[in-house]
Design a protein around this ligand. Structure first.
Ligand SMILES: CC(C)(COP(=O)(O)OP(=O)(O)OC[C@H]1O[C@@H](n2cnc3c(N)ncnc32)[C@H](O)[C@@H]1OP(=O)(O)O)[C@@H](O)C(=O)NCCC(=O)NCCS
Length: 238
């Protein structure tokens, strides 16, 4: 979930990338005890959702959301997707120095995943990317809007980040609405922002800065007009 927010990276690719980064760090700090610490995954509570570390019991629901057509439509989750892939993906969601992945729990069960991925900048420029997917059974009930708010607060107030970025294929209105509520400005349309299932697509990119209001800044109807024009004019539809 390039590990851009809309993505669900191929688990094998992601694990290979992780191992390469671990190796680079091992080389960089050989002879020192300077290895970056994994970022904690604290429990965060909203009014109807709880964000928590993933657990082995989430496997079946993760598999369901990875084969869901809307997930396939808007993310780069591999398709077809197997149980083995879900197992490997789940294994990679634990604490890491570069990323925090939370399971979103709603009604007492797994309802999606949201993650922050650090860009690895110096402390005073610390920033990262927000990515998420909701399980199809709970979409449209505000789970992701709440989760985004909790995670954005965590990024700025606990991790000390300066920027949180969000990207999506042009046309993914539901994804933008979930971040719009936390103050993300109306996105820019970026030509050929990402590779998606073998082709380049135009994408939306928006950045929230730490001193900006964390509430919707543009009325939704106004934002929607801009988004619809982007979707109409995109040369490489999402
Ligand atoms: C996008 C997604 C994460 C939103 O999760 P969610 O839990 O349903 O989000 P919320 O309920 O908090 O808010 C979604 C809002 O978008 C709206 N929305 C959804 N699709 C829409 C569309 N096509 N046009 C306009 N609004 C739309 C919903 O009505 C809701 O608004 P409301 O709260 O005012 O009713 C979820 O639909 C999903 O997982 N989609 C497939 C994967 C994906 O797109 N991931 C993001 C990649 S960047």
């Amino acid at each position: 979930m390039a590990e851009t927010p809309h993505d669900h990276p191929h688990p094998v690719t992601r694990e290979a990338g992780r191992e390469a980064r671990r190796e680079a760090r091992r080389e960089a700090v050989a002879g020192t005890d300077d290895t970056p610490e994994p970022l904690p995954i604290p429990v965060l509570r909203g009014s109807t959702v709880v964000l928590r570390p993933h657990a082995s019991g989430d496997l079946d629901a993760i598999l369901q959301r990875c084969v869901d057509p809307e997930t396939v439509r808007w993310t780069t989750v591999p398709s077809p997707y197997t149980r083995e892939m879900a197992e490997e993906y789940l294994t990679g969601l634990g604490p890491s120095p570069e990323q925090i992945s939370w399971a979103i729990e709603m009604d007492g069960r797994y309802g999606g995943t949201i993650d922050l991925r650090s860009f690895g900048c110096d402390d005073e420029h610390a920033s990262g990317n927000l990515g998420f997917v909701t399980h199809p059974e709970i979409r449209g009930r505000g789970a992701m809007s709440q989760a985004v708010r909790l995670v954005v607060d965590h990024a700025f107030d606990v991790l000390g980040w300066q920027h949180v970025t969000w990207q999506a294929n042009v046309g993914n209105y539901g994804s933008y609405k979930a971040v719009w509520r936390s103050g993300f400005p109306v996105p820019q349309l970026v030509p050929a922002l990402m590779a998606h299932r073998g082709r380049m697509v135009d994408g939306w990119h928006s950045v929230l800065e730490r001193d900006q209001p964390r509430e919707a800044v543009t009325p939704w109807p106004e934002a929607f007009v801009v988004l619809a024009e982007h979707a109409r004019s995109a040369r490489r539809p999402g």
